[in-house]
Design a protein around this ligand. Structure first.
Ligand code: FAD
Length: 486
């Protein structure tokens, strides 16, 4: 018998969609196919992403300076609202005892933006003034007083040139999220809900059948090939999604390409230094750097242990997954997207050059970058680890052919029977909003009936929170209680 739903990939996106669907329609049968041996091993793994609960509290690239000098904060508002949606859903799951021990996946952590030099200090002040008028960002503080900054970020301030203009903003409602742990918790929960989860099962092909889709799956242990059918398929394969979308043959998946960006973190090995920092501190991206390579110095909570990571340093690798193949990029070029890819290649020569240069940096050169944050950093205290791959979407837009996109995109078949998630930013933090958007696109016929349950799980569903300050306060209070963020 065919399935109601097949989810391809066991990352945070499939975990979120599966969990939402099990709450909305418990009797639908769902099967998950994952090529690796367990859940959350690719981008969603705690060592492969930066674990920032993105809510635009500290990420300077979400507030863009317009040519007239004003700041556009609309992106910051959107991302903050999306994170409130995620927190409400996770809080609902904890309150219902569907997942336990929220401290294993989310921890309160101050979020700071930190800049130096007159121009950037002026920018940060302007950003602070624009955001502090908005109810979503209440409680944010600004300081350019070295003594105050010494209190907030002693490790960053020690040994710094006292004559340099310097400033930071700080808010205490930030979070560090272990998306790997959350993904595993959600898959354990799905297993308890009789979802059939098949690890070491790689999906090779997808094609349409009467009334749905057939996926061709390779059982990697036995070396056998299986065929499974479903009415609805979600391609939640992260960097592997583009290839599968292309194989599905849906017209919506044509003229789209992928641009892979690799990442590296510097991880602190010295417990004395780790103890001197307690925050996520985001700086300003260097000229020419893509937005996802904004440097930040992050306290992280991984395996119940406090850690300190710096990065990510972006780089270039033709792989679409960390465990992928060097031929991934070449294989993604099809007759229908070759012009889009060529246009993107021509336009993004400086970005590609920047990424290749970044890749070639020696450990000493990376240390110089780190010293902009920790002037006293010593090479022996840090090691380099490989982060996950991000595949940015390339598509033809009103601004031209082959435009590189930095967000995520849900691509779905016109009849709603298949959807894929492409892109990686702001990513896991906004997984719940993205999957609700997907549900709206793919199951419009059920939405009215499902709405009361969605509102029970996510009280701000369908509401522009920025216009409802009293609801923001309620949500902050209830999610802080549910997730232990006080
Ligand atoms: C360096 C870096 C830093 C980041 N920092 C943050 C951050 O601070 N905050 C944030 O919110 N987000 C961040 N992100 C983004 C976030 O990690 C991703 O958006 C998110 O993890 C994507 O989840 P996913 O489920 O789509 O993909 P993944 O977690 O990659 O899961 C996809 C799964 O599909 C499987 N798969 C692929 N192809 C197949 C196939 N053919 N058959 C079967 N299985 C298949 C893979 O093995 C994998 O397990 C970061 C990403 C990177 C790379």
């Amino acid at each position: 018998m065919g399935q109601d739903v097949i989810l391809i990939g066991a990352g945070i996106m499939s975990a979120t969609l599966g969990t939402l669907l099990k709450e909305l329609v418990p009797d639908w049968n769902i099967t998950v196919f994952e090529g690796l041996a367990s859940a959350g091993e690719e981008s969603s793994n705690e060592w492969n992403n930066a674990g920032t609960g993105h809510s635009a509290l500290c990420e300077l690239n979400y507030t863009v300076e317009k040519p007239d000098g004003c700041l556009d904060i609309s992106k910051a508002i959107k991302i903050n609202e999306q994170f409130q949606v995620s927190k409400q859903f996770w809080s609902y799951l904890v309150n219902q005892d569907l997942i336990q021990n929220p401290k294993d996946f989310i921890m309160p952590l101050p979020h700071l933006s930190f800049v130096y030099g007159e121009k950037d200090v002026a920018f940060l002040r302007k950003r602070f003034e624009a955001l502090s008028n908005c109810p979503l960002f209440q409680g944010m503080e600004f300081s350019d007083d070295p003594e105050k900054l010494m209190e907030w970020i002693p490790l960053i301030m020690k040994g710094r040139n006292a004559n340099e203009p310097i400033a930071a903003t700080k808010t205490d409602v930030g979070t560090d999220v272990n998306f790997g742990a959350l993904t595993r918790l959600l898959f354990n929960h799905l297993e308890n809900q009789n979802v059939n989860i098949r690890y070491k099962h790689h999906v090779d092909h997808i094609h349409r059948t009467h009334g749905g889709w057939e996926v061709k799956v390779r059982n990697l242990d036995r070396g056998t090939v299986e065929r499974h059918t479903a009415k609805f398929v979600f391609i939640g394969a992260g960097g592997g999604a583009l290839h599968l979308l292309q194989k599905s043959g849906i017209p919506e998946g044509k003229h789209i390409g992928g641009f892979p960006v690799s990442g590296l973190f510097m991880v602190c090995k010295n417990p004395e230094i780790i103890e001197q920092h307690h925050a996520k501190v985001y700086g300003k991206a260097k000229v020419g750097a893509p937005p996802m390579s904004v440097p930040h110095l992050d306290t992280r909570f991984i395996n119940k242990k406090k850690s300190l990571l710096f990065g990510p340093f972006a780089g270039f690798s033709p792989k679409f997954l960390k465990t992928g193949s060097k031929l991934d990029l070449v294989r993604s070029v099809r007759p229908n997207n070759v012009l889009t890819m060529v246009a993107a290649g021509t336009k993004n020569v400086p970005l590609t050059r920047y990424l290749v240069q970044q890749l070639r940096l020696s450990k000493e050169q990376r240390l110089e970058n780190l010293r902009e944050f920790i002037p006293s950093a010593q090479i022996e205290d840090w090691e380099i680890v490989k982060a996950g791959q991000r595949v940015q979407v390339i598509k033809d837009t009103a601004t031209g052919k082959g435009t590189l996109q930095f967000g995520t995109e849900v691509i779905s078949a016109s009849d709603g029977s298949l959807a894929a998630l492409l892109g990686a930013s702001p990513g896991a933090s906004t997984a719940v909003s993205i999957m609700l958007e997907l549900i709206g696109k793919c199951f419009p016929q059920h939405l009215k009936a499902w709405e009361p349950k969605i509102k029970e799980m996510i009280p701000s569903y369908g509401v522009q929170l920025v216009e409802r300050p009293e609801l923001i306060d309620q949500i902050h209070a209830s999610t802080a209680k549910g997730l232990g963020l006080r």
